[in-house]
Each structure stands twice: as C-alpha cells, then as structure tokens.
Design a protein around this ligand. Structure first.
Ligand SMILES: Nc1ncnc2c1ncn2[C@@H]1O[C@H](COP(=O)(O)OP(=O)(O)OP(=O)(O)O)[C@@H](O)[C@H]1O
Ligand SMILES: [Mg+2]
Length: 277
C-alpha cells in the first residue's frame, strides 16, 4: 500500500484557475521523492492535498489507502507534516523554542517529551543559538529552518518540504542534504520535496516527478529523468551540471560513463583515466 496516492487529481482555484490536471502521484515508505517544475506548475497545490489543506475538485487523495475525512484529518496531519514554501505562513510564536514546541504540544505529548523533541529538532537544524529569539525578526533562511524544525518535532512519517533550500546559504543547503538523506535511512521516514535547484536532486532523491501546467509530464529515477534533456528544457528546467559535463566529454570522444552526483562523476573520471591499463 502507498503512504500517499493521488488518483486523477484535479484542482481548480476560485477564479477558475486550473492548477492540477489528472495527477497520479504515489509515495512509498522510506523514499526520497523530488518534484520539479517551473513556477506555477502546481507543486505547492499538489502538496497542499497531502494533508487535507485543499480538497480535490475531482479525483482522489489516499493516505495509507484511505481518503481524508473530517474524522481522520487530525491523524493524517500527524502522519504527513508539511513545511510550506513561505515560512511566514508557519511561524507565529514569541520565541523560536515556543514555535518549535507548538506542534508537538498540540499533539498532546507530555512536557518532557515535547522538551526532548524541541532540543533534538533545534540541534538538527542548527538553531540552538537562536532558541530565545523572536522568529518574526529572523532572516529568511533562519525562518525557513525554524519552520522545518517545527514540523520535524512532530515526527511525521512523511515529511513534505516545499522549496526547502530557497533562501538557505551553502552550509544550510549542505545541512539539509544530509538531513534528507538521514531521515529515510535512520527513521524510515519518507521525504517529498520540491526544488528549483536541479543540481541538488541527484544528491537527495531516489525518484523524480516533473510537473508542468498542472500535469505530471515525466516520472522516473534520477537516471531516467536526467537522461531526457529535451523534456527538461521544454518544461523550462535545467539539466544538472554533472550530467551536462559528462555528456559534453562523451561528445568529445572521452570514454567516460554517465554520472549524476559529484561522487559518481569522480569515480567515472578516475575509471576513465587513472585506472585505464
Ligand atoms: N490561492 C490561489 N488562487 C488562485 N490561483 C492560485 C492560487 N494559488 C496558486 N494559484 C495558481 O495555481 C497554479 C499553480 O500554482 P502553485 O503555487 O501550485 O505552483 P508551483 O509549482 O508551486 O510554483 P512555484 O515554483 O512558483 O512555487 C498557478 O497558476 C498559480 O497562479
Ligand atoms: Mg510552489
């Protein structure tokens, strides 16, 4: 059974804006799924269906095989945690610490458990020095990390991150990569994220959905998706720099195997040159 499944999901905003057209999306356990696509493709609209913030205009959303209802929406929100694209939508407490504690407190956990989860989340997002600060006055990247910490502290099985790297500095991005890679392995968590940062995708995702105009225009493994440069260009996306470099070397007659990550490229180039008999 899928943890999240949408069947032929369509969504029309008031004012007759069709944001999703017949989307079929699935997410299994402990997977890392990237959703990429140009501005207005429908990524955020899709994500808002995963915990009942938006209700389908037509089609279905199933969480662990069940549709979202008034009765189970609380359980669903415990199971699927969403970090919105704009952290200001999510941050409202007087201190960072209280903000991160808000979600777990609302779950009805006891004080000691909440305190423990808050400490862990602050550590994970490198926010310990900011715990007494007013979230409203933090920088954009700091706010983003507070919003992520607040959702992590609820320990959802599925973590949905809408543009998590937008506004983060290189260290923040590196921290996020490590964190997204650790969660499925260590806790069996599923992470679904959107990004405009295609170079990041191969480092963090097992599976990729490409959206454009409210539709899923392609889906597949990192290898399958990035082997289709025309499709990516058509959807106003970039080919990541590593496969682009390897392809250009191949076109110049260098016998190097295709690679998608920095580590993969290093290995492929060493194989092509140094280890050649
Ligand atoms: N509240 C709303 N009311 C009306 N139309 C909306 C609303 N929110 C989004 N839209 C429209 O729905 C479409 C999909 O928007 P969405 O925010 O899901 O795209 P996105 O892929 O997340 O884009 P981005 O990369 O800019 O975050 C766009 O055409 C957008 O203008
Ligand atoms: Mg968006």
């Amino acid at each position: 059974m899928h943890l999240i499944e949408t069947r032929n999901l369509s969504y029309v905003y008031r004012g007759n804006v069709t944001a999703l057209r017949g989307v079929n999306f699935t997410a299994g356990r402990a997977s890392r799924i990237a959703v990429i696509g140009p501005n207005g493709a429908g990524k955020s609209t899709l994500f808002k269906h995963f915990n009942g913030i938006l209700k389908p205009t037509s089609g279905e959303v199933l969480i662990r095989g069940e549709p979202i209802t008034k009765e189970n929406v609380r359980e669903v929100r415990k199971f699927v945690g969403i970090v919105f694209q704009n952290p200001d939508d999510q941050i409202f407490s007087p201190t960072v610490e209280q903000d991160v504690a808000f979600g777990p407190t609302n779950l009805g956990l006891d004080e000691a458990t909440v305190a423990h989860r808050v400490d862990e989340a602050l550590k994970l997002l490198d926010l310990e020095d900011l715990r007494e600060r007013v979230p409203h006055h933090l920088s954009g990247g700091e706010k983003k990390r507070v919003a992520i910490a607040g959702v992590i502290a609820m320990e959802p099985q599925v973590l949905v991150l809408d543009e998590p790297t937008a506004g983060l500095d290189p260290q923040g991005v590196a921290g996020l990569i490590e964190f997204v890679n650790t969660l499925p392995r260590q806790y069996g968590m599923t992470v679904i994220f959107s990004t405009h940062h295609v170079d990041l995708v191969a480092e963090v995702a097992d599976y990729v959905y490409v959206m454009d105009g409210g539709e899923i225009v392609a889906r597949g493994t990192v290898e399958e998706i990035f082997a289709r440069p025309e499709m990516l260009t058509r959807s106003r996306l970039d080919v990541p720099v590593i496969p682009k470099l390897i392809r250009s070397l191949q076109e110049q007659g260098v016998a190097v195997k295709m690679a998608y990550t920095l580590e993969g490229a290093q290995k492929a180039l060493l194989d092509a040159y140094i280890r050649r008999p």
